[in-house]
Design a protein around this ligand. Structure first.
Ligand code: GLU
Length: 304
């Protein structure tokens, strides 16, 4: 039996003493207010037993981690037709780069970089009756927690400074890969990114990717093929232009967000979430990456 609690406690001790913690994202002004000293970790195993340490119960802005959940909802609704509008290749580019989008005629490289996630948002705006409310209800159902909500001040903050996302959405529109108007799609996108969750709630939301499409209450959300595809995308595209590094160091499918969260999973074994707001140069949580590298090394578990 692997003693996850012992490993996690050890990781917490090292991470709380770290002097180099990276930089908190400042391009969304509201995120810059978060305390860089925070560190939390929560792991749930396949028997639904939880292990935790540090600030795991504090909510933070999940940002790009939400892209996996919006993708899940879009796949639920339109199935494989989604791949007519978005590719499935790693980009090797930062999350908000535009050059590839233009070079590839408005077809985003994958759904986990901003252009792809904005197309996914467009699909949800088209198909959901009350897009923001219905998406939030979906996330609440996944986690089985009605208290999960948007952080409206974060959404508003991003709206006022989201120049690159406006540029991206306009470019998509010019290529005919956005059905709805730019304002409506970005309003949805900024809200999905602003959802606040703690580490435990994130592991509950991502439990379906670890547990063959079923949530902790055993309800089925995805087929096995869909789980395979989403996990493959997380592995190859979940960490911007550092996806290779994450696979190399950690060896798990996962997704990061500029709020400092990372969620990762080992199919049929465990799902884990970390939170440390300081980011490395590639925009991934510095201590979160280190913590997960140590977890898979000490537990001697990874998909490889
Ligand atoms: N809302 C952020 C943006 O679009 C998400 C970025 C991220 O977490 O990677 O810039």
């Amino acid at each position: 039996m692997i003693d996850y609690q012992k490993i996690i406690d050890g990781i917490h001790v090292t991470c709380s003493q770290a002097s180099e913690r990276g930089k908190v994202a400042a391009y969304i002004p509201e995120l810059a207010k978060v305390d860089a000293q925070k560190f939390g970790i929560f792991l749930v195993d396949h028997n639904k037993k939880g292990y935790s340490s540090g600030d795991w119960s504090e909510r933070f802005s999940i940002q790009s981690i939400s892209k996996v959940l919006s993708l899940t909802k879009a796949i639920n609704i339109i199935g494989p037709a989604i791949w007519e509008r978005i590719n499935v290749e790693p980009s090797g580019d930062p999350f908000n780069h535009l050059s590839l989008l233009e070079a590839e005629n408005g077809i985003p490289r994958n759904p986990l970089i901003n252009p792809g996630a904005i197309v996914v948002a467009d699909i949800l705006v088209t198909h959901l009756k009350n897009p923001k409310e219905d998406f939030l209800a979906f996330v609440r159902e996944l986690v089985d927690d009605q208290s999960i909500d948007f952080d409206k001040s974060v959404a508003q903050s991003e709206k006022t400074t989201g120049y690159r996302n406006y540029a991206t959405a306009n470019l998509l529109k010019s290529y005919g890969n956005l059905e709805n108007d730019v304002e409506t799609v970005l309003d949805f996108y900024f809200h999905q990114c602003s959802i606040a969750m703690n580490c435990e709630q994130l592991t509950q939301a991502f439990y379906i990717f670890m547990n063959r499409g079923k949530c902790q209450r055993d309800n089925t959300f995805l087929t096995l093929t869909q789980v395979k595809r989403i996990n493959a995308l997380m592995l190859t595209c979940g960490f911007y232009d550092e996806a290779g590094e994450f696979a190399f160091e950690v060896g798990l499918p996962g997704k990061s967000g500029v709020g400092g969260g990372i969620t990762a999973l080992l199919p049929n074994q465990f799902c884990v979430a970390t939170w440390s707001p300081g980011l490395n140069k590639k925009g991934n949580s510095k201590l979160g990456m280190e913590a997960l590298e140590r977890l898979t090394t000490e537990a001697e578990q990874s998909i490889f």
